[in-house]
Design a protein around this ligand. Structure first.
Ligand code: GLY
Ligand code: MN
Ligand code: MN
Length: 432
């Protein structure tokens, strides 16, 4: 763990909010799956970004300039009996050393202690509208202070959304974060290669999913999101995750799968023929998507803005669809009238980081934001041709997306998922 980096993030954040403020960030709540079973715990990304601490039932409080400690943590106490049942806890003492916390308190005492720390601060920064139980708690602490106003104490005058500041920080990845993302990207690329290698007509979609998850877990990672493994027409359903259909000879299979490694996500899509050889029609559509994807990667440069990769994609995909006879008229008209959306209905990418759809604004003051060193994004154009009247049958059920993860560098970019084959020749080679 890069303790120095977590400390530096907290320091930067405290500097930005100023000494009249307090920042409160809760750990993710545990979530029930059914009856006594819980989902595997995943720490909240904001909380992890500032602490590196992965236990539930914790609250980080930053109190810039506070004499008796600026970095406070409310967390679970050591409890041998509970730890026997539910696993080890760091506890109040060790957390100060291991995570560079100035002072720690039992989470069970938060309602008694925290109002006294909040009072007198003018602004309270927290993320709002994500965890309603926590939002309620914040209001409870504020009301508690208000009830004592005759003693001369006052609650914060402003409750400020933390997202603007914190998510702007998270948008720029450090060298350490990029290292973690490269690990996630590498595992993701390897999993896609394995899926290409084992794929055979007659297999179930979930067998490829299993191959992928097996590779992630064998390497100490997990999946960043449920894999999409869609054969044939299922590849035209953007969020298809049932993965329970046999893979047919002659069909394509679209896989969108990425590893999460130490809280950082990979996000790759590849599309390949179930039997290892592209048909003429599949190849024709594939080459359009690939050309669009390469042009978009080329447009993901510092001093270009966020939308330039998407604009490059629209030109090539629309022209390609016209050339295939799937759209009529001119490229400009089809783009203006959104005609291409019949076959390409999503945008070209999103920020990538701890969350697969990572935080950060796409526009600044109403204008597309400029790309800068340290930003990480996906480039993922696609063409999806579901059966429909007016479309020649030979194109039906071709669904293709090609997705890579790109980090903006000072001079251009780095495609961190480039190990996953994506030309027709390289895919057919990997599958042979
Ligand atoms: N895997 C989610 C996405 O590509 O946006
Ligand atoms: Mn994506
Ligand atoms: Mn994806």
């Amino acid at each position: 763990m890069e303790l120095k980096e977590f400390k530096a993030r907290r320091k930067d954040l405290m500097q930005m909010v100023g000494e009249d403020s307090i920042v409160i960030i809760p750990a993710a709540p545990e979530r029930k799956r059914n009856r006594d079973v819980y989902h595997r715990y995943r720490q909240d990304s904001d909380f992890f970004y500032l602490t590196g601490f992965v236990e539930p039932e914790a609250v980080l409080v930053l109190v810039p300039g506070r004499e008796h400690g600026e970095v406070l943590m409310f967390c679970r106490e050591k409890d041998p009996l509970k730890e026997t049942w539910d696993g080890r806890r760091v506890g109040l003492e060790a957390i100060c050393d291991l995570f560079a916390i100035d002072d720690s308190f039992p989470i069970s005492d938060i309602d008694d202690i925290l109002p006294g720390i909040i009072e007198g601060r003018d602004k309270l920064y927290c993320t709002m509208g994500i965890d309603s139980a926590f939002d309620k708690k914040v209001m409870g602490w504020i009301n508690h202070i208000r009830e004592n106003s005759r003693k001369g104490v006052h609650p914060p005058h402003e409750i400020v959304s933390l997202e603007n500041i914190l998510h702007e920080m998270r948008l720029y990845k450090s060298a350490f974060e990029i290292k973690q993302m490269k690990r996630a990207a590498k595992l993701s690329a390897q999993a896609h290669i394995l899926a290409m290698q084992v794929c055979k007509p007659g297999m179930m979609e979930y067998e490829l999913d299993a191959e992928i998850v097996h590779h992630f877990m064998k390497n100490g990672a997990t999946y960043a999101y449920p894999s999409i493994v869609g054969g044939g027409g299922n590849g035209c359903i953007l969020h298809y995750i049932e993965n329970n259909t046999p893979l047919k000879d002659g069909d394509l299979v679209l896989i969108d799968a990425g590893a999460e490694y130490d809280h950082y996500a990979g996000d790759i899509s590849r599309t390949f023929p179930v039997n290892g050889k592209f048909s003429a029609e599949q190849k024709a559509v594939y080459e359009i998507v690939l050309e669009a994807q390469l042009a978009a990667i080329n447009a993901a440069q510092p001093n270009n803005h966020w939308n330039q990769p998407h604009e490059a994609v629209l030109q090539i995909i629309t022209q390609g669809l016209i050339d295939l006879g799937l759209l009529e008229g001119t490229v400009n008209d089809q783009i203006e009238q959104s005609g291409y959306q019949q076959f390409f209905m999503h945008r070209t990418g999103h920020w990538l980081g701890m969350d697969v759809h990572d935080v950060g604004d796409y526009k600044v003051n109403g204008e597309w934001r400029m790309l800068e060193k340290g930003m990480a994004l996906t480039i993922e154009p696609g063409i999806y041709i579901a059966p429909s009247k007016g479309v020649d049958k030979r194109w039906w059920n071709i669904g293709i997306r090609i997705e890579d993860d790109v980090v903006i560098t000072s001079k251009g970019n780095e495609v961190i998922t480039k190990d996953a084959p994506k030309t027709v020749a390289d895919i057919e080679d990997a599958m042979s």
